[in-house]
Design a protein around this ligand. Structure first.
Ligand code: T46
Length: 142
């Protein structure tokens, strides 16, 4: 029988967009009701060659929210048993990645910018950077 995966519950989250009535474009804002955590760090990926990938790890505690501020890229999520691919290509839609999920970012378009709003400061000890280590970690939590 198919066991329900956390991946089944994930979907792109709409970020409120304010369109200027005089045609001056759009403004999107992320306030506390959009994310289930306080943002402690912001970083962004850019100038990523189309044949390169980023990520290739999981986080023990960190939660993060990814947005394609410009261009597009794919986020492949893996819970140790199943994989799902989400394409990010709009600045007013984001993907919330819970802790304990392996991620790979690939297929970056020219000019793509990936904004990441995360729940903690940078801690290398929070990373599971080998897939075997990730699988072993999952066994300790199940
Ligand atoms: C993630 C994906 C989407 C820092 O010194 N501070 C930081 O805040 C970050 C994020 C990284 N670094 C250093 C650590 C490495 O020496 O920057 C170097 C590259 O980091 P990393 O190989 O982890 O980069 P990505 O793009 O593979 O992963 C990053 C985030 O680390 C990760 O949390 O989910 O972006």
């Amino acid at each position: 029988m198919h066991k329900k995966s956390v991946l089944d519950t994930l979907q792109l989250i709409e970020i409120p967009k304010i369109s200027d009535p005089d045609g001056r474009g759009n403004l999107s804002v992320i306030e506390k009701e959009v994310l289930p955590y306080a943002i402690k760090r912001v970083y962004y990926l850019y100038d990523v060659p189309s044949d390169s990938s980023r990520g290739g790890h999981a986080h023990i505690e960190l939660q993060q929210f990814l947005i394609a501020l410009s261009g597009s890229f794919d986020v492949v999520l893996d819970d140790g048993e199943e994989r799902r691919t989400f394409t990010l290509n709009r600045p007013n839609k984001g993907l919330l990645i819970p802790n304990g999920i392996w991620r790979e970012l690939e297929n970056f378009s020219a000019g793509a910018v990936c904004l990441s709003l995360v729940s903690d400061i940078y801690k290398e000890e929070d990373y599971l950077r080998s897939y075997d280590g990730f699988k072993a970690y999952l066994k300790t939590t199940s």
